[in-house]
Design a protein around this ligand. Structure first.
Ligand SMILES: NC(=O)c1ccc[n+]([C@@H]2O[C@H](COP(=O)([O-])OP(=O)(O)OC[C@H]3O[C@@H](n4cnc5c(N)ncnc54)[C@H](O)[C@@H]3O)[C@@H](O)[C@H]2O)c1
Length: 276
């Protein structure tokens, strides 16, 4: 059991959705917060609300796809609180299209924000946690990191990468007999602003062209997410996993584990002729 009371958490994507919910759960558990997001105004309002409620929190406007800004985030956290104990690499965006129709700008934006950010986060924060001999590092993947489907090809690639990265971190920490723990959050549908990701698309990128296939997909997904889980529940699941040192954090295990099993069955079926 990891005691988080009095410790410091860094959360990216903390201005909205699940990141904001994680920040609330951690604050209620007695943690100091370092909240990072690319939406500086919304982030500041979230931090103001947090401090008005008596919690310790600072806002660090950060573009997670920029390694120098992740390093500056770590420095801001250390300058303010002297140590970092829990790190949530959570910021992300989602954009769609058939794999051969999405522009390279769409591919690069997705992989920069959803995967490279986590590589930067792990490379920046893991050495700090290892050196202090305690802490927890997590990243937000998705059920799209464990199974694939149409339209979200670049997102699937990035989120599968996040699962692979965090699983490798887990294994390497275990091999080193480190007290530091890792986890990966794989949410199903959660009622957040993710379907409005285009709000954060960098101006220098070419305009995204929405295909009829993608439009239909987002319409369906938007209504599914509107009926989705309250992000506050996800914040509590993450806090619980940190405290109880659990690696896999699934929000909808009953609905999605059968889909993961179906993938395993299809691997087996394609090799049935070579297996006893
Ligand atoms: N909502 C879902 O159903 C769902 C399901 C699976 C996974 N996810 C993942 O959950 C994570 C959190 O998303 P959410 O659903 O809370 O959506 P959200 O849009 O409410 O929150 C995402 C936050 O990330 C921030 N962000 C975007 N680009 C950024 C950048 N370059 N640098 C820093 N911050 C940036 C946004 O400003 C926003 O505050 C994402 O990684 C997303 O892929 C969401």
């Amino acid at each position: 059991m990891y005691d988080v009371n009095g410790k410091t958490a860094v959360v990216t994507g903390a201005a909205s959705g699940m990141g904001l919910a994680m920040a609330h759960s951690f604050a209620d558990a007695g943690m100091a917060l370092v909240m990072a997001d690319i939406e500086a105004t919304r982030l500041q309002s979230a931090v103001d609300a947090m401090t008005a409620a008596g919690h310790r929190a600072i806002a660090v406007p950060t573009d997670v796809s920029n390694e120098a800004q992740i390093k500056a985030l770590a420095e801001a956290a250390l300058d303010t609180y002297g140590a970092v104990h829990v790190v949530c690499n959570n910021a992300g965006i989602g954009i769609g299209g058939a794999v051969d129709e999405m522009s390279l700008d769409d591919w690069r934006w997705t992989i920069d924000v959803d995967l490279w950010s986590v590589v930067y986060g792990v490379r920046t924060f893991l050495p700090l946690l290892k050196a202090q001999g305690e802490g927890h590092i997590t990243a937000t993947s998705s059920m799209a990191g464990l199974v694939s489907g149409p339209v979200l090809g670049a997102y699937h690639v990035a989120k599968h990468g996040v699962v692979a990265l965090m699983d490798t971190v887990r294994i390497e920490l275990k091999m080193a007999k480190s007290a530091v723990k890792a986890s990966v959050l794989c949410p199903g549908p959660i009622d957040t602003d993710i379907t409005r990701s285009a709000r954060n698309r960098p101006a220098e990128l070419s305009e995204h062209e929405t295909s009829p296939l993608e439009e239909k997909f987002w319409n369906n997904l938007s209504s599914e997410l509107a009926r989705g889980m309250d992000p506050a529940e996800v914040g509590e699941l993450v806090l619980d996993a940190v405290r109880n040192e659990r690696f896999w954090i699934l929000t909808h295990p009953n609905e999605f584990i059968p889909l993961v099993e179906r993938r395993l069955q299809s691997i087996k079926a394609d090799h049935a002729h070579r297996m006893p």
